[in-house]
Design a binder for this molecule. Structure first.
Ligand SMILES: [Zn+2]
Length: 394
């Protein structure tokens, strides 16, 4: 992109509560913001609602929680774009039903020289999604052949629904960009990094099994291997310590079932293929629209997740990459991640012994040692360097 984004993520409720003009003026005057990441659709309260109950309310705006918040699409849903998916035109948010975030914000943003990007969060875990008619037909399947909670990237109805949202947004509004957000890691990462419920170990639906077969990975062997790792994860999380240790017994399963790694990559690649499809569809609708990705905050502390996210490859279908970096909440999240992995893959070690001294967060989740700004810049530079070797601009 010609100009660097100085972007801020913002949900509909902020504009409704405080007014579009005053919010945009505050962004511009106080933070030099030149791009808005408008959170729609989102089914995640932390990005679309006012404040998570129990967390302190900010010192501006309405001073009340919104416990009945459901989320969804805060723009007008144009049904003609939602063909070829059983989900149809579902998704309009229950809140502010007559209020269209793009109609209200884009002209005001443009008047101030600010870009408007639709920040689309799939919120795959959200119950509200499963309340939509037919959504249970789009679910992932676990190693025990049970449909689970989250939608599958390879399910054509789910894919086409998101591609429909992208088409609707790009054709119906004068947007500058699309940013798509999927905050979930694949099955092996889940099992390595924390005590994990089997229903989060996915996906073995008929579409994923078919793709596995095409890639030369035996779906039956992959499923069997994952059942064994689920059992390993349950035993280790329950405090059992195998004679060879948690790590060695895990590694033995990897040696016996190389399909485990194959299926992890299949999952990640399926997520990435949806990125490619979104990129292509958005560009087909408007070649000038910029398309990029929100990269889940696990990137900041998980070497396994970092290895999945190949920025050089991503740059082939990205105009920008929004790496999720945190300052004040990085310490508690990093601490939790280390604590969790020491109940799974690194269960033979303590949290303190699993972390380099200069990176160890305080017990109880205090701030990270050193400068949070340096830490954030490190992650952002890694993305920039990787993307620069591909074809990503900016
Ligand atoms: Zn699947």
């Amino acid at each position: 992109m010609a100009e660097r984004y100085v972007a801020i993520q913002v949900g509909a409720v902020s504009f409704v509560d405080e007014g579009v003009g005053p919010v945009l003026d505050a962004f511009q005057e106080r933070a030099g913001v030149n791009a808005l990441f408008l959170a729609t659709p989102t089914w995640t309260r932390g990005t679309g609602g006012r404040q998570i109950p129990g967390h302190p309310l900010p010192d501006h705006g309405e001073q009340e929680y919104d416990p009945d918040w459901k989320g969804g699409n805060y723009a007008t849903v144009h049904p003609e774009f939602y063909g070829n998916t059983v989900l149809g035109a579902a998704g309009r948010a229950a809140e502010h039903p007559k209020w269209d975030i793009f109609e209200e914000v884009i002209p005001e943003a443009r008047r101030r020289g600010m870009k408007s990007v639709a920040w689309i969060e799939e919120s795959g875990y959200a119950q509200e999604l499963r309340n939509y008619p037919n959504f249970p037909k789009c679910l992932e399947v676990d190693p025990y052949n049970r449909p689970t909670l989250r939608p599958c990237f390879n399910n054509p109805d789910y894919r086409n629904w998101h591609l429909s949202i992208v088409e609707d947004y790009v054709k119906s509004y004068d947007l500058d960009g699309i940013a798509w957000c999927s905050e979930r890691p694949g099955p092996l990462n889940m099992l390595m990094q924390a005590p994990t419920a089997p229903e989060l170990v996915t996906c073995f639906c008929k579409y994923c099994r078919e793709i596995g077969g095409e890639r030369g990975i035996d779906p039956g062997r992959a499923q069997e291997g994952y059942r064994k790792v689920v059992e390993w994860n349950e035993r280790v999380a329950g405090g059992e310590r195998p004679a060879d240790g948690a790590f060695v017994t895990f590694w033995r399963l990897l040696l016996q079932y190389p399909e485990l790694l194959g299926w992890q990559t299949l999952w990640t690649e399926s997520q990435r293929q949806l990125y490619r499809d979104i990129y292509g569809v958005a560009k087909a609708c408007d070649p000038d629209v910029e398309v990029g990705w929100h990269v889940y905050h696990n990137i900041s502390f998980s070497p396994f997740y970092r290895a999945d996210q190949d920025y050089e490859e991503m740059a082939r279908f990205s105009d920008f990459i929004k790496v999720v970096t945190y300052d004040n909440c990085a310490g508690p999240r990093f601490y939790t991640w280390i604590h969790n992995i020491c109940q799974s893959l690194f269960a033979d070690a303590s949290p303190k012994r699993s972390t380099p001294d200069d990176e160890a967060p305080e017990p109880g989740g205090g701030p990270l040692p050193g400068s949070p700004q340096d830490r954030l810049l490190g992650r952002v530079r890694a993305a920039g360097d990787g993307a620069g070797r591909g074809r990503c601009r900016g």
